[in-house]
Write a protein that binds this ligand. Structure first.
Ligand code: ASP
Length: 364
């Protein structure tokens, strides 16, 4: 009896394994993951070896998490969510835990996700109690009849749908707090990754109105913790997805919302063209409709990801005076990582496990 049971179990196991192997062999071998952790004034000279290692390790960990999901046949949406969750949970990045402070001393987060197969999309803006805003965005995409929810309503909806919540204190990070204190009195808002260039409310740097550079040096050298996070993925079913999550700009007020939760500005995915996640000065990304514009360039001009991203970032965004970067991936696995800032936390992992993480200009 015992032998029969063991034999039956072995048979079941064999069948299940063969079945899942068969399922996997029916899928494409081509899959791909690309991530960013924010673009900005990221310079080798301002980075200690320890800090650099922390960033590289975390970016590698995020790549591995997403890659595993894709390898096992998971969807691009699954991979994007899990990869971003990992970065949201790290105080190294300006998303989820470690989000920057608003003028009111709160942390208000934005996120969006888009499925390139269905063109379905979801976003939350200004949430304060959702541990992983990208997961709330996914719930909005998959379970609600809407694309974007904001403020208390978004918090409430995500909570009702069972998305994990956290107390406002969970998001507070002492270093972000000190960054904010330095800016608070100036009434300026600042990109988390752009500490050397405080902006006026219209986004234009104001002469003579900058915060003390020595204070900024303090931030850069000791407290450097930048970055909106984003991920684009191609799965073994041939589908693309993109997602972006952020705390926005330090000292933001009046319910300011950037590009990250705005589909077409900060995030876009379409199997026919590409998946895009942006980071940078949100106002410019909204005005340039950056993510969608890259897709439109590909669609209407029949050009590839690299050329399309270069035209939008290095030409159109530059002309308007915007700064930031993008990661872009197409359904064949071609990808590009473009930015017009000093650096961008970024990395990719191919189906064969080949991967690279880079922080600065060039391949470093
Ligand atoms: N794009 C984000 C925003 O403007 C900020 C960032 O990417 O760092 O809210």
């Amino acid at each position: 009896m015992k032998t029969i049971t063991i034999n039956m179990m072995a048979l079941l196991l064999f069948t299940a394994t063969t079945f899942s192997q068969e399922k996997l062999t029916n899928m494409s071998d081509n899959f791909m993951l690309v991530i960013h952790g924010g673009a900005g004034t990221i310079l080798k000279k301002n980075m200690t070896d320890e800090k650099e290692k922390l960033y590289r390790d975390k970016l590698n960990e995020a790549l591995q998490a997403g890659h595993k999901i894709l390898k096992e046949g998971g969807t691009a949406v699954d991979a994007v969510e899990a990869t971003i969750n990992l970065m949201e949970n790290s105080p190294l990045f300006n998303a989820g835990k470690g989000s920057v402070f608003t003028n009111a001393g709160t942390n208000e987060m934005d996120a969006s996700i888009m499925d390139g197969k269905t063109l379905n999309a979801g976003a939350v803006a200004g949430v304060k109690t959702i541990k992983n805003p990208i997961s709330a965005a996914r719930i909005v995409m998959e379970k609600s009849p809407h694309v974007m929810l904001s403020g208390d309503g978004a918090d409430q909806y995500a909570k009702e749908m069972g998305v994990e919540t956290a107390s406002p204190d969970y998001f507070k990070d002492s270093i972000r707090y000190r960054q904010w204190l330095k800016l608070k009195e100036t009434e300026k808002q600042q990109l988390d990754h752009d500490a050397t260039e405080p902006k006026g409310n219209d986004g234009i740097p104001e002469e003579g109105n900058n915060i003390d550079p020595s204070e900024i040096e303090f931030n850069i050298n000791i407290d450097e913790k930048y970055g909106t996070v984003g991920c684009v993925a191609l799965d073994r079913h041939g589908n693309l997805a993109a997602g972006t999550s952020t705390g926005g700009m330090t000292n933001k007020r009046w319910g300011r919302i950037g590009d990250s939760p705005v589909i077409a500005a900060g995030t876009y995915a379409n199997n026919k063209t590409c998946a895009v996640s942006c980071t940078g000065h949100g106002e410019y990304f909204i005005r340039n409709v950056v993510a969608y514009d890259i897709s439109a360039h590909m669609e209407y001009k029949s050009i590839g990801v690299d050329e399309a991203a270069k035209q939008v970032i290095h030409k159109k965004l530059n002309e308007l005076g915007g700064t930031g970067g993008v990661i872009v991936l197409d359904a064949q696995g071609n990808f590009t990582m473009q930015f017009n800032t000093a650096g961008m936390y970024r990395g990719y992992m191919k189906a064969n496990g080949e991967s690279e993480v880079m922080l600065y200009k060039g391949n470093d």
